[in-house]
Design a protein around this ligand. Structure first.
Ligand SMILES: Cc1cc2nc3c(=O)[nH]c(=O)nc-3n(C[C@H](O)[C@H](O)[C@H](O)COP(=O)(O)OP(=O)(O)OC[C@H]3O[C@@H](n4cnc5c(N)ncnc54)[C@H](O)[C@@H]3O)c2cc1C
Length: 246
């Protein structure tokens, strides 16, 4: 890549920019030759700037998360690898059960809807996600036993698993693409939320898990995903509900 192009990319990206970087340093397999350029955008606005710059330069772009499902060739990759590890916004909305709006400064890809645990007074037909004492999600991250929580009010609209339990609000978790799945699982443990247990042990990021529809034990990410926020190659933020994803 010529020097002027390098300078433009360095000016566009607030995060790290590496040239001719061996991909073997960034994949679980430890294989892969050099990428022409690797960009590590610092946040969503930075990512939008990087994408616009790459688009204007006519450079091909490959998004990468934690590199746990990649086998790269020894000859390397032409164009740009955009690593999303630093998009680590992670938050819960309990008050309304609605996902907060996605804006340029508050990234929200994607929304995951996770339910509080079922209790004995729950209505007929409500899904059972386990009880205190069952399985991994009954302990907080600090190891202390947790009681299940019940939240009252209107159910949230949405496609998340069990989102229509009468008398119970759904809890929305919004995670940036770079959030490690283990951080998401740890949050669910800490907050006594059931539904994401199957992700425990999968070493990827949220973005990579959405792309791959990661799963285990008969469950997959699409079971708890409600929407994906994404950027076009010209840096425009868009949102797609789970139903519209193929
Ligand atoms: C030890 C081990 C155990 C594993 N166990 C499981 C398992 O039980 N179940 C399972 O499903 N998988 C498993 N995997 C595979 C892997 O962890 C998953 O596929 C995971 O979802 C990949 O996430 P990642 O962030 O590492 O993605 P990467 O490897 O970085 O990328 C994978 C693909 O997703 C694309 N991508 C990544 N991030 C984005 C983004 N933000 N936007 C658009 N595209 C993106 C990349 O271009 C690439 O095509 C395992 C892997 C290892 C090494």
């Amino acid at each position: 890549m010529e020097q002027a192009g390098r300078e433009r990319l360095k000016a566009a990206c607030a995060g790290r920019v590496l040239f001719d970087e061996p991909l073997a340093r960034h994949t679980s397999m430890g294989v892969g030759g050099p990428a022409d350029v690797m960009l590590f955008p610092a946040d969503l606005d930075d990512l939008a700037r990087c994408l616009r710059c790459l688009n204007e330069a006519g450079l091909p772009m490959t998004p990468v998360g934690n590199g746990t499902n990649l086998i790269c060739r020894d000859g390397g990759v032409r164009g740009a690898i955009v690593v999303l590890k630093d998009l680590r916004d992670l938050r819960i909305d309990r008050e309304t059960g609605e996902r907060p709006p996605v804006s340029g400064t508050r990234p929200g890809p994607p929304g995951l809807e996770i339910q509080p645990r079922r209790e004995s007074g729950d209505p007929e037909g409500a899904p059972d996600y386990g009880r205190p004492g069952d399985g991994v999600a009954t302990q907080g991250a600090d190891g202390a036993a947790r009681e299940s929580r019940r939240e009252t009010g209107e159910p949230a609209a949405g496609a998340g698993a069990g989102a229509d339990i009468p008398g119970r609000r759904a809890v929305s978790v919004t995670a940036g693409a770079g959030v490690a799945l283990q951080a998401l699982v740890a949050l669910a443990l800490k907050e006594a939320l059931a539904g994401a247990e199957f992700l425990a042990g999968i070493p990827g990021s949220v973005g990579g898990a959405v792309r791959m529809n990661a799963g285990a034990y008969g469950r997959e990410l699409s079971d708890i995903l409600t929407a994906v926020a994404w950027l076009s190659r010209t840096g425009e933020l868009r949102q797609t509900p789970r139903e519209a994803l193929t």
